[in-house]
Ligand binder design. Structure first.
Ligand code: DC
Length: 223
């Protein structure tokens, strides 16, 4: 049986690492929709498009082609033929993605690609509006949350491990700013779907979070 798992929540709640592990254990496809929004933001930055100028961003979309490829089970984001999976993780791209993903034309641009993957195979798709907009009929909907300070600590550690020097206060204030932008935008704001299960990972470690998601899948899908 083909089924979909919608995993939404704010940045740094652990969605992508949890989703990757769950996908591996269940043998299903992980779709990271944030990476697609990031690729669009990267294109705008690279081409010196003012990200705050919505009409300019929308015009520039005609030059954007995004696809997902899977290598050894890992999602790679391809922007106009180039694998940008690493470049999209830089902090300026995170901040820009939060701005450009608020534009309805940007969201419409990615919607079909996201829905199409889920038509042919079982997926765990993470994002902000998967349970509310992209896959409203998903069999399992989870809203993953965690205290902003806990999320900032995790993100800070991740960045240090990647060799990026950034102070904790900046990471925290960036997370708070992105939360604000994602929650308060008009188009597909970040919110928990009425039928989603809230999973707060503030006091859970990685293994416990993965187990909680696997338990929910078993309960809802019976697999
Ligand atoms: O999950 P992430 O940090 O990679 O997401 C990057 C940005 O894209 C974030 O600011 C929110 C936005 N986004 C979105 O609006 N809708 C999604 N389904 C996924 C991400």
């Amino acid at each position: 049986m083909i089924y979909s798992i919608a995993l939404d929540g704010p940045g740094g709640a652990g969605k992508s690492s949890i989703a990757k592990q769950v996908a591996k254990q269940k043998g299903i496809v992980y779709v990271d929709t944030g990476a697609m929004y990031r690729a669009i933001a990267l294109y705008m930055l690279k081409n010196n498009i003012d990200i705050h100028d919505q009409p300019a961003v929308v015009r520039a979309l005609s030059g954007v082609e995004i696809s997902l490829e899977y290598r050894d089970g890992t999602q790679c984001v391809i922007l106009n033929g180039e694998d940008v999976s690493t470049a999209i993780r830089e902090n300026p791209v995170s901040m820009a993605a939060s701005v450009t993903s608020a534009y309805k034309e940007v969201r419409a641009f990615l919607m079909d690609t996201q829905r199409n993957v889920a038509k042919t195979t079982s997926v765990i798709m993470d994002g902000r509006d998967i349970g509310t907009v992209v896959l409203p009929d998903a069999q399992v909907k989870i809203f993953l949350s965690a205290d902003p300070v806990v999320r900032a600590k995790r993100r800070h550690k991740e960045l240090l491990e990647k060799g990026q020097t950034v102070d904790f206060e900046t990471v925290l204030s960036d997370i708070q700013q992105r939360d604000w932008q994602d929650i308060n935008r008009t188009e597909a704001p970040l919110r928990q779907a009425d039928d989603a299960v809230l999973l707060d990972t503030s006091d859970l470690d990685f293994e416990q979070s993965v187990k909680a998601v696997l338990d929910l899948i078993e309960e809802k899908v019976g697999e």
